[in-house]
Design a binder for this molecule. Structure first.
Ligand SMILES: [Fe+2]
Ligand SMILES: [Fe+2]
Length: 257
């Protein structure tokens, strides 16, 4: 998707996109700082989650793709940090804090949970990288121009991660040889889906979040939390059903509604 010069939706629609922090109204600045900070926290956290499984995938392709995914997440995290630092001392402090945090201290629950097996690792890519793709897709052509430009590569990276996860989960379900190589016991795939699905839905945030509404109004995001969660569910539920897996009940294990 190409990046337009004008804001595409919301209360600033038709105005020139925002290029620098100095141009931002204070509320816009706060919402954007929160948005980029939350995203950055997931990038560094997921590198930590992937790390124990790097080079342990069942095939050479698995090993190389997973290493690429971890590298993409680290790279995305540094892009987010560079933008955070452009906000001045509070943004820089936020970036430094994110770079220091370890598993258990990350902002979003799903990113404090270790990967327990290879099946668990690919189930994360299938479910959680698809969450990331929906989040980033909602910020394509964002009203903050530097952010919109980053989306032209980040969105495709997340699609690559999620489709790798989807393909390998399908292999684990349908291809006994792959399941054997991945050391998958019967029921492991469903258990991994049951583990990540509620956390994936939670990651979209509170349905009545004011920051989410403001992000849409300011042209930063195209859709709010509730709508993104609904779009995601439609997508992943159909994929799970097509694989003969059970879609977990929407409210099971949920912490954020
Ligand atoms: Fe990412
Ligand atoms: Fe990703």
């Amino acid at each position: 998707m190409s990046v337009s010069r004008a804001v595409e939706w919301g209360v600033l629609q038709g105005m020139r996109k925002v290029e620098t922090v100095e141009q931002m109204p204070e509320e816009y600045r706060q919402v954007l700082l929160k948005l980029i900070g939350a995203l950055a926290s997931t990038e560094f956290a997921s590198v930590e989650q992937h790390q124990p499984w790097i080079n342990r995938g069942p095939t050479p392709e698995d090993r190389y793709i997973q290493a690429q995914i971890a590298a993409d997440e680290a790279h995305q995290g540094f892009i987010d940090c560079r933008l955070l630092r452009s906000f001045g001392p509070d943004g820089a402090a936020l970036a430094d804090d994110l770079l220091r945090r370890k598993m258990g201290e990350h902002q979003l629950d799903a990113f404090n949970v270790p990967f327990e097996s290879w099946i668990d690792t690919i189930a994360f890519c299938f479910t959680m990288d698809l969450v990331a793709w929906y989040h980033l897709r909602a910020m394509e052509n964002s009203s903050f121009a530097p952010w919109a430009r980053e989306m032209t590569s980040m969105v495709h990276e997340e699609k690559f991660h999620a489709s790798f996860g989807a393909r390998r989960i399908a292999d684990a379900v349908r291809n006994p040889e792959y399941a054997r190589l991945a050391e998958a016991a019967p029921g492991d795939v469903q258990r991994a889906i049951d583990k990540w699905y509620p956390r994936a839905l939670d990651t979209f945030g509170k349905s009545d979040s004011r920051a989410s509404q403001l992000a849409v109004a300011y042209g930063l995001r195209r859709w709010g939390n509730a709508e993104l969660r609904r779009m995601y569910r439609e997508d992943i539920d159909a994929q799970l059903t097509a694989l003969g897996l059970t879609v977990p009940p929407e409210d099971r294990g949920r912490k954020i509604l």
